[in-house]
Design a protein around this ligand. Structure first.
Ligand SMILES: [Zn+2]
Length: 474
């Protein structure tokens, strides 16, 4: 072989290797279906378990309450509204935080973020997150020990991967390894989440199931859903990443361009219409799968999304209602259909699940009629702690009692709102006679919380890139 031919051969082999390498990598990752099949093989489905209801908890990540029917005037989510017409619809449900990790941990533990330990600073670096304290009991653990099959399917792999501790108690947990929609959209789309959920529920079994499902479609970056626009002509030819718009807004001090904000809201609404189709497909299939009025089905969101109100966009930045008011629909024994104006939050969910299962409550679960919410880094009790302020910037704590809400900041400021007359939280009511006692009660209530210690979550370069693409890291 002469030298020229040898070089050519080497180049051809190298070229083939380059072409084949990515395919080889993809081939090594099992498909989502194969992963589910493998995960279900670890669930003791065939063994007789408890006698009790199936429990389905569906979390629509980043879905703000006022864009969902029946809360919204326009029927943007008609399938959800139809299902909710037979559900208890909570009008005053709030998240315990405005980002994914602490909210989900409260849904699983019945405790506030300070107590369960799964929280952190989601704004400054995106890397200072802590997982669920191993000391804190979780509902999936109790259910699995009592004979339930426990399966979790989470599209939000950024903050729901097993390392956060949220997979504890689940026989099967699919999150990190699910295939993203695309390079630009790093999460699986609703259609596949619904397919996986239906496949899990369809598996023949001799015991009730606790199924947790998380959908990410309403979280930016959005998948191109131009066919779901009210007017497809509104689909923008060029879309600057939302975070870039936000960064520019902050850098220049110029408020978010209303045209940009409207454009993103249209994109958001389109994803909600798509999500309604997919969640509707899951909800409508439940009766055929034997899940009926004797079983418990909960649909909620982990937090909302801001579009320029109070000067912010996205979530995880404040505790105003566009960020923490959430939809909450429940069908099951004890949940009569109709509207319910009681103050409920994510810490109520595990209690409802355990009541439905006939199991005792978890130790340390919250049992009161006020709402607390926390942001950001909440491992310290004292908002005025100078170390806390220097290291983590601003910590916010919100307290809602009846129709009044206080938000206290580690900067020493507090804002107070009367939600009955000012649901948009635009008129600070600090001067009202009832305001100082409300702020005082906020501080007293937070002082009562026990501090939970979650382990620090480490992020690989790939994890960081993933979080960056979701807007958590700037
Ligand atoms: Zn979330």
């Amino acid at each position: 072989m002469n030298r020229r031919v040898a070089v050519l051969l080497v180049l051809i082999v190298a070229g083939l290797a380059v072409i084949a390498w990515p395919r080889l990598e993809v081939a090594l990752v099992p498909s989502d279906d194969a992963q589910l099949t493998e995960a279900l093989s670890r669930v003791p489905l065939a063994e007789p378990g408890a006698q009790g209801p199936d429990i389905v908890l569906i979390v629509l990540d980043t879905v703000r309450k006022d864009r969902v029917s029946p809360y919204a005037d326009d029927a943007i989510t008609p399938k959800l509204a139809r299902w909710a017409s037979d559900a208890r619809v909570f009008d005053q449900a709030r998240a315990v935080s405005s980002w994914t990790l602490p909210s989900h941990a409260s849904m699983f533990t019945g405790r506030y973020p300070t107590e369960h330990g799964a929280h952190g600073d989601s704004l400054a670096s995106g890397i200072d997150a802590h997982g669920l304290s191993p000391e804190v009991p979780v509902v999936a653990e109790v259910l699995s020990e009592a004979g339930w099959a426990t399966v979790g399917i989470a599209a939000n792999r950024g903050y729901l991967r097993a390392e956060t501790g949220l997979a504890r108690g689940f026989h099967a947990w699919l999150a990190d390894s699910l295939r993203p929609h695309s390079l630009e959209v790093p999460y699986p789309e609703g259609e596949r989440v619904t397919d996986l959920a239906l496949a899990a529920l369809s598996a023949p079994r001799e015991r009730p199931m606790f199924l947790f499902v998380n959908y990410m479609d309403a979280h930016m970056p959005y998948i191109d859903r131009r066919e779901y626009y009210a007017d497809p002509a509104d689909f923008p030819a060029v879309r600057a990443p939302f975070t870039q718009s936000y960064a520019a807004t902050r850098a220049t001090g110029v408020p978010l361009d209303p045209v940009v904000s409207t454009s993103w809201q249209q994109g958001y609404d389109a994803t909600l219409r798509y999500l309604d189709d997919e969640v509707g497909r899951l909800l409508e299939a439940l009766p055929e799968l034997g899940i009926d009025e004797n079983d418990l089905v909960i649909v909620t969101s982990d937090h909302g999304e801001a579009f320029g109100e109070h000067g912010t966009v996205e979530h995880g930045k404040d505790l105003y209602d566009e960020s923490i008011a959430v939809p909450l629909f429940v069908r099951g024994p004890g949940f009569e259909s109709g509207r319910d104006a009681r103050l409920v939050d994510h810490t109520d969910l595990p209690r409802w699940m355990l009541d439905a299962a006939g199991l005792p409550h978890l130790p340390g679960m919250v049992e009161d009629e006020v709402q607390l919410a926390e942001l950001h880094y909440t491992r310290h009790k004292h908002l005025a702690d100078p170390v806390l302020r220097a290291r983590y910037g601003r910590v916010l704590r919100a307290y809602v009692a009846e129709h009044r809400k206080a938000i206290a900041s580690s900067t020493g400021d507090a804002e107070v709102f009367d939600l009955a007359v000012d649901p948009g939280e635009t008129r600070d009511a600090r001067a009202e006679a009832w305001a100082p006692p409300l702020v005082e009660r906020l501080h007293e209530r937070f002082e009562q919380l026990e501090t939970g210690e979650g382990g620090e979550i480490t992020h690989s370069a790939e994890d960081l890139e993933h979080l960056r693409s979701l807007g958590y890291v700037e």
